[in-house]
Design a protein around this ligand. Sequence first.
Ligand code: ARG
Length: 244
Amino acid sequence: MFKNNILKVIVSFAIVIVAVMSCKEESKKLYVGTNAEFEPFEYRESGNIVGFDIELVGEIAKLINVEIEIEDMAFDGLLPALQTKKIDLIIAGMTATEERKKNVNFSESYYKSQQAIVVNNDENGINAFDNLVGKDVGVVLGYTGDLIVSEISNVRVQRYNATSEAIMGLKAKKVQAVVLDYEPAKNYSAQNPELKLIETDSESEEYAIAIRKEDTQLLDDINKALATLKENGTYDALLNKYFK
Ligand code: ARG
């Protein structure tokens, strides 16, 4: 009888321990890919990766009860990293294009943007996309700006690996213009007094979070979290903080 009770106690303990251990495994971690030179969406501030996207994904993670770790990499490497499971989602001011939708799923859109042109202050001949014909134009490899400029005939496209490199090429007058998403373009021209921003009437683009096609539950969770953040004022507070 006594022995039996001890056995019961041991078995119950074992069950509790196994339960606790498996719980721990369930509070899982998601790896979030980004490319942190796209202010105000993601950028580095004294070494830390900060920005609208980073805070937004942090709030989503809280709501769906997961831990996240941010992985900073070249923009061009983000989709391959998602496909090969090095990361679990992408938040990088990434436009939900039809082409990308063939390979990944996108959440509901969380921001609407469009392309802009950055030129040197003394450049007076470029006021619209049409004026890029016959010019050397810098873009960043794999950005939607790259696709758009590559479609204009008679433009010499110079593809840079990073936004900062394209801006450097422009300042050094290796190219006469850089085409980039509006908000980062605005930031780079504000931070470099020798540059100016040209607004365009390019098509609008919707930014969304990219997820692997098979991760339908995660997609659902993210969309629900986004809806909650839009309802409860968190999303608007972030907009006010990062877009003045
Ligand atoms: N919206 C553009 C695209 O999807 C550029 C995004 C660049 N983002 C970044 N974090 N560097 O291609």
